[in-house]
Design a protein around this ligand. Structure first.
Ligand code: ADP
Length: 459
């Protein structure tokens, strides 16, 4: 399109010059020039008012017809209007398709604005979370999803882990909430029905627990007979076979014990009966057991504890977790290794760490180490007598205490396994020291995993 300003000025000049020329011929150049200018202005005002009227009242219709530069302007407006209409209809289509597809989702999808108010949600959110289409729009999400665990989760700025809770409208439904941030402080909440998934997980846990329990009795009988036979004077080849059978049956017993312990730990995500634990005494036992376990390898074990602070928790579980870490260091460190056990408290909480200068673990294995039966080196782990469940037990015990496990390792330099407990699990140390020998036996009897690992490794 020609520039409307140039076209308008050009037209004006032509009209003015023509009027003045005609005016000269007729003898009234000034009057005719003025007349032409007034006529020009009248036409411009008329066209301008048509444009304003169209913009204010009739933008849904085609723009009016115009002459000269007004014609160009109206044509351009008409083209712009068509482009705008087709874009609008495309965007409307996208929104409709988005709404239809999100309505078809079985997961609830909720958009929450930066002021924590509900902005939009799909149909599944009505069913799973009880949000009502008209009356709840614009209300604060925390007024409608009132469970304190959800409120704590919502207020957190880190949403890397999902949150599992019963549905606010139906206690039989288990919902997994996951929040993602977008835009400027807006949040997208996705709530998924995981009831069936949890039922399957429960069935799996029950199966493992029942199978492990059922295996215990036949194993005890087999071991009983083996011990009786091994006390007899039998031919050497037969003795060798029986000794191997005894070794393997002991391994199976350890496996069954660890599986049962893991099933018990999985049954609930939190400890219910926390007690003050004299952590110094407990670590002394683990230290002594570690020394006995690593005697043949000539390890140098050291222990450093903060005697001023104890820990609240479940003693048998924590003994199992700490000793698993300490005995792993003893078992996987090559001869004459340096192993350091340490308990300390700082502003962030209580920490227990086991550091060794062993072979270390390649970084690709670290994220998977706490998976059941995950082993870095299958042959070495089996020959060391491990069940492959030690670190899985540690992870579950720590989770039940609100604690976390970190693993740092460098190949050729060694590894550090650290447990970090929140500050509210740390308590001031009690005055009385327990009878160490007596306590040691109690713990060794109860915490079947590590105690058995020790006897297994020395046996
Ligand atoms: P296992 O019963 O096989 O020891 P764990 O779950 O306790 O099972 O450990 C998993 C794997 O992690 C082990 O098989 C071993 O390869 C590796 N591992 C654990 N602790 C150490 C350590 N201190 N140094 C080197 N490797 C380790």
């Amino acid at each position: 399109m020609q520039n409307p300003r140039h076209s308008m000025l050009g037209n004006l000049l032509v009209v003015l010059i023509s009027a003045v020329v005609v005016g000269f011929i007729l003898g009234y150049p000034g009057w005719l020039g003025l007349l032409a200018l007034s006529g020009w202005c009248a036409i411009e005002i008329h066209q301008f008012s048509r444009l304003v009227h169209w913009l204010q009242n009739e933008t849904d219709k085609e723009p009016p017809e115009g002459t000269a530069h007004w014609g160009d302007l109206f044509d351009e407006l008409s083209r712009y209007q068509k482009r705008h209409r087709s874009r609008e209809s495309y965007l409307r289509g996208v929104i409709t398709r988005f709404q239809q597809s999100s309505a078809a989702l079985s997961d609830a999808v909720v958009i929450i604005d930066r002021d924590n108010n509900l902005e939009w949600w799909n149909r599944s959110a009505d069913r799973l979370l009880g949000l009502r289409a008209v009356s709840d729009r614009g209300k604060p999400v925390m007024n409608l999803l009132r469970d304190p665990r959800f409120i704590r989760y919502f207020k957190k700025s880190n949403y890397s882990d999902p949150l599992d809770l019963p549905s606010p409208v139906n206690n039989d439904l288990q919902i997994q909430y996951q929040i993602s941030e977008f835009g400027e402080g807006d949040r997208l909440l996705v709530a998924r029905d995981i009831t069936r998934l949890l039922q399957l997980e429960q069935t799996r846990q029950d199966f493992v627990a029942n199978a492990s329990h059922e295996l215990r009795t036949p194993l005890t009988v087999i071991r009983g007979y083996l011990e009786t036979y091994l006390e007899q004077e039998l031919p050497r080849p037969l003795m060798r076979g029986l000794e191997q059978m005894q070794q393997q049956s002991r391994r199976m017993e350890n496996l069954v014990s660890d599986l049962l312990l893991l099933s018990r730990l999985e049954a609930s995500h939190q400890i219910s009966d926390e007690q003050p634990i004299q952590i110094h005494g407990m670590l002394q036992h683990i230290f002594q057991d570690g020394q006995a376990l690593g005697r043949d390898k000539g390890h140098n074990l050291s222990l450093e504890t903060d005697k001023e602070h104890d820990l609240l928790g479940q003693e048998i579980e924590l003994y199992s977790a700490f000793s698993n870490l300490a005995f792993n260091a003893v078992r996987y460190c090559p001869a004459e290794g340096e192993i350091k056990l340490r308990w300390w408290v700082d502003d962030e909480g209580g920490h227990f760490s086991v550091r060794d200068n062993g072979t270390g673990i390649e970084s690709i294995h670290l994220p998977r180490l706490t998976e059941r039966f995950y082993r870095v080196d299958e042959s070495r782990s089996s020959s060391s007598g491990g069940t492959g469940l030690g670190l899985a037990i540690v992870k579950h015990v720590l989770a039940r205490h609100g604690a976390t496990l970190t693993i740092k390792s460098k190949v050729g330099k060694g590894s550090t396994f650290s447990c970090h407990f929140p500050l509210d699990m740390v308590s001031k140390a009690q005055q009385t020291e327990p009878d160490e020998d007596e306590d040691s036996n109690d713990l060794a009897d109860d915490a079947s995993g590590p105690a058995d690992k020790q006897s297994k490794a020395t046996g």
